[in-house]
Design a protein around this ligand. Structure first.
Ligand SMILES: Nc1ncnc2c1ncn2[C@@H]1O[C@H](COP(=O)(O)OP(=O)(O)OP(=O)(O)O)[C@@H](O)[C@H]1O
Ligand SMILES: [Mg+2]
Length: 393
């Protein structure tokens, strides 16, 4: 069998390696000639991944049996375009466009009577005038088609609106921006696979975020430490959202807010796995499900198996620092030597410049913990984080 990976960066690499291990002939393309997966695949090419026709032409010439991406949102439509044209397993191109557009998703959710904040699309600057009368602050302003929290702003009053709009527009490929009521509560994620009219829920996780306006992830813990009632609601809302958006053949990552009245309100849904190491490392480790293998099977139209064989807990916690030049970092080895700490990575070293935590790129490291219960792993993760002493000047 032959499989085409769209995207060959570091988060795609585990997928390429897994397919090779499964005895599948791997072909990878990426726009960046230095993408690490290009060297590891059996065959590769450098192609602009947003150029649909070029990617399709390449795919056609390679006699592939399946096409996929592991976790890159922007590439989901390219994958779907190829799978639709070549009649390979996957979601429709139209579904991919909806699932990568926060406004189109919201429309589908609203039409399916799924609980949503009040929302509106802004295509031109003049339209922001009406926001003041139509919404009550705080609101969230974000590009309809970006990812990684780029261009997302929490806006507490109308004076900050224009700046937030221009920032969101700057990160939007289409130039369109969505304005939403701010949903109060804590955030959870739901990971699932949708295939052949079935939806398998893999796992639920709970996040800690920094307070507005930045709202960056501090930690993500599996399984979500929430009541059974909220779990049931979250699963029901996830299934309804997956169906409303029409994701019928893909891995699904969904984020939602649990409100103080225990309503579960979707933030967004994506037809791909969660980023960072969550999909490739954490979910397999806590559930026992080899999700990469199953995603590859799904993309090749082969039988899939989502039976859980493990029930572990895990926390990934991100590290930050004060602004300055790093003078020393203490306790690294002490933390690494703890048996519960599975991974402790620092992205900085002595002499590097660090910033106060304002965006994802200000993070200076992460720690991954595995254990028996989410309470336990969350505590161990925070204790370890507190031990990291980064001195700056
Ligand atoms: N309407 C809202 N109410 C409350 N919080 C929100 C709302 N919209 C977004 N957020 C918060 O902002 C974060 C980023 O928004 P969103 O997920 O839509 O953007 P993104 O670019 O996909 O970011 P990421 O890749 O970090 O998930 C969400 O995870 C959530 O914490
Ligand atoms: Mg998101």
């Amino acid at each position: 069998m032959r499989i085409l990976f769209i995207g060959a960066g570091k988060y795609q690499l585990p997928g390429i390696l897994k397919a090779k291990e499964m005895g599948i002939y791997t072909i990878a393309i990426d726009g960046d000639p230095n993408a690490i997966g290009l060297k590891k695949a059996d065959e590769s090419a450098v192609i602009d991944l947003l150029n649909l026709e070029k990617c399709l032409e390449f795919a056609k010439s390679k006699q592939i049996d399946g096409v996929l991406t592991v976790a890159a949102d922007i590439i989901v439509p390219t994958v779907a375009y190829i799978s639709e044209k070549l009649k390979l397993p996957g979601i429709k191109y139209e579904t991919a466009l909806i699932s990568t557009n926060k406004y189109k998703q919201r429309e589908r959710m609203k039409n399916a009577s799924i609980s949503c904040p009040h929302f509106r699309m802004i295509a031109k600057e003049e339209e922001i005038e009406s926001i003041n009368s139509e919404f009550s602050f705080p609101i969230i302003v974000k590009p309809v088609d970006s990812a990684g929290s780029r261009g997302v702003s929490y806006v507490s009053n109308s004076k900050l609106l224009k700046e937030a709009y221009l920032k969101a527009k700057g990160f939007s490929r289409s130039g369109n921006v969505i304005v939403e009521e701010f949903i109060q509560g804590f955030e959870i994620s739901i990971e699932a696979f949708s295939y052949e009219n079935q939806i398998s829920i893999l796992a639920l996780s709970k996040k800690e975020r920094t307070s507005p306006p930045n709202m960056l992830d501090i930690s993500v813990t599996f399984p979500a430490d929430i009541s059974e009632t909220i779990q049931k609601k979250a699963i029901e809302i996830a299934k309804r959202t997956i169906n409303a958006v029409g994701i019928d053949f893909a891995v699904v990552h969904m984020e939602a807010i649990v409100t103080p009245t225990e309503d579960v309100v979707p933030v967004e849904i994506a037809a791909r796995g969660p980023g960072f190491k969550v999909f490739t490392d954490i979910i397999p480790n806590v559930t026992g499900i080899d999700v990469l293998r199953q995603l590859i099977n799904l993309s090749l139209g082969k039988p899939v198996n989502f039976e859980k064989t493990k029930n572990l807990a895990s926390t990934i916690i991100f590290l930050d620092s004060k602004e300055g030049i790093v003078k020393s970092i203490k306790n690294i080895e002490k933390i690494r030597s703890k048996s519960e700490i599975s991974e402790f990575e620092l992205y900085i070293t002595v002499g590097d410049r660090t910033n106060n935590l304002e965006s994802g790129s200000d993070r200076v490291g992460h720690i991954i913990v595995y254990g028996k219960s989410p309470k336990e792993t969350l505590k161990i993760a925070h204790d370890a984080k507190n031990m990291v002493e980064i001195e700056v000047e």
